[in-house]
Design a binder for this molecule. Sequence first.
Ligand SMILES: C[S@@+](CC[C@H](N)C(=O)[O-])C[C@H]1O[C@@H](n2cnc3c(N)ncnc32)[C@H](O)[C@@H]1O
Length: 394
Amino acid sequence: MQKSKILITCARGIPPFLKDELLALGFPVLSEAVAGVETEGTLDDAQKLNLFLRTAHRVLLVLKEFEANDADALYRELSSIAWEELIPADGYVCVTSSVETPAIRDTRFASLRCKDAVVDRIKEKRGTRPDSGPERGRSVVHLYWKDSRCTVYLDTSGESLSRRGYRKIPLAAPMQETLAAAVVLATGWQGKGSFVNPMCGSGTLAIEAALIALGRAPGSLRGNFGFMHVPGYNEALWQELREDARKRSKKELSGRIIATDIDPDAIEAAKKNAATAGVEHRVEFAVCDFSETPVPEGGGVVIMNPEYGERMGEAAQLETVYKGIGDFLKQKCGGYTGYVFTGSPTLAKRVSLKPKRSIPFWNSGIECRLLEYELYEGSRKNLDKGTGRQGDKG
Ligand SMILES: C[S@@+](CC[C@H](N)C(=O)[O-])C[C@H]1O[C@@H](n2cnc3c(N)ncnc32)[C@H](O)[C@@H]1O
């Protein structure tokens, strides 16, 4: 297949991290949008992107760009694409769309016409038409139609890449895997020093930190991608890429990863998730109050994602929690860089430390901040002398 433009979608706030990832993998950055970055490459390149990108949601390969002012024009343009080379006649296709055009009243009609064009063409060329429906587990086509401008993509990811496949146990308010990866990348932690994650919930931050520090390819945890349903896809290349990634990944970590939570069910779920991700021996889990989390000597990153709920009665209780987080960072984490990820600027003030940086992210539609605090060694040394404690705490 020829080289074409590739749109990589992601959550708001993520493009700067996605851009860094693309450049590190040797791909150009052609343009940047609120929730995506554009690059270029072939279907083979798309395999590489699906395997290695940590912060992306979907890798969309541009098949055709054209003008359409009504649904008939859309059908005509789409009928000229060689769908029979992209989708098996006995396969299954899902059409997703983002439509904002005066050309049609019901946007669902655009997806329907797109689906018709695809299956009619395959029936004409191969004698059989593929099934279609909402499942994204096989072939996925994405239609973008804004005013009279259309772009049609092959979604080479299928299911979103945020579904790494390791989070099996549902738990309240988990962070998306791709967001957690971007947050870890924002801290700059690459395995040097310790990564301490009190209030770990289902363990997403700690698991992503382990995958990053070990250099494990996030896509190697998944067995199904959209590109695998293209007839005759380069399976040998996929095996080679995976094998290369496996050889290059590290076997051991120099720093420690510690993840704790007050809820035993959360730790149980986090342990199972870490096992599915293949990093259960790299993360030290414990059930405890955040303030009792062991903080090893030697510095590193300490990161917390406390609740920032807005329900009545919660605020006062959370104010105490955030004040406690500030005390914990000041008193026990000297020599570390501290981070608090929260969607509440009011609660963040209760930490009572001046953030050195405030990095914007979006979590489930809420604007959040990753607040960075520099925690000086001196205060901890003095405190240790005062209390007679040394080494690990907790
Ligand atoms: C927003 S969730 C963290 C979600 C996590 N980032 C994930 O991806 O699953 C907040 C967590 O803080 C925990 N928590 C609340 N109060 C705590 C306390 N005092 N000490 C330790 N953990 C606490 C809750 O049990 C919950 O799992």
